[in-house]
Design a protein around this ligand. Sequence first.
Ligand SMILES: C[S@@+](CC[C@H](N)C(=O)[O-])C[C@H]1O[C@@H](n2cnc3c(N)ncnc32)[C@H](O)[C@@H]1O
Length: 249
Amino acid sequence: MKPDHSVKPHPVLTDYYANEGARRARIDQLFDASARHYDRINNIMSFGSGRWYRRTALLRAGLSEGNRVLDVGAGTGVVSLLAQEIVGSTGHVVAVDPSQGMLDVARTNGVKNVRKALGEALPFPDNEFDMVTMGYALRHVSDLRVLFREYQRVLRPGGKILLLEITRPENRLGKFLLKAYMRAYVPAVTRLLAGSAEAQKLMQYYWDTIENCVPPETILDVMTDVGLVEPARHVVMKVFSEYSATKAK
Ligand SMILES: C[S@@+](CC[C@H](N)C(=O)[O-])C[C@H]1O[C@@H](n2cnc3c(N)ncnc32)[C@H](O)[C@@H]1O
């Protein structure tokens, strides 16, 4: 048997699917069913991941006019739309997501280029993009090593990665408060507003993946392992992590 060098973002969560093989289909089902509610929930809860914060993070990472951007795990296109504004008519943004439901909403929202695909198997040539972005989708991939190899491949030399994630607080009180908010309050309000049991389940899953996610050091180590350089983590309010790395020139 070949040794398994994969790095899963979190262990199997049996409350949602029986085993690793069943994970992909269940995640797609949850996101498809919640797609039409996603923006409303996100706007109301906006746990720091609102438009203003995401725009600031893109600018901080150096996104500028004329850039070619690949937004992976684009969902309804919140990051893609901001990137489109920043890169302007001389730039180019492609939004990638495995959920057709999410991509349909992204297109309606004004995302110009959408493509159904997984971050782990990108249908693009080598050296194609100046920046790869990923907003709150890292926890849903099957293998961080495969994902970062793909990012390394499609970036041009000198190109940059920006990953936005929520990280569980290290101190007990912070973790207790965030968990109470995200595992209980947000799913309950989601159920009330969206009237959807699947959207409620997705919000519970959201926290469970955060709680069980590999630590930030593992994410940075895997970036280095695949050959990316200058891996870094910028933290805002102890919870919002912006991971960045560069493809060597
Ligand atoms: C929480 S949404 C984030 C959407 C958007 N980026 C944002 O900032 O609001 C996570 C998205 O990741 C997508 N996703 C799940 N697994 C993925 C994978 N393996 N590769 C790329 N995207 C994935 C889901 O379909 C979903 O649309």
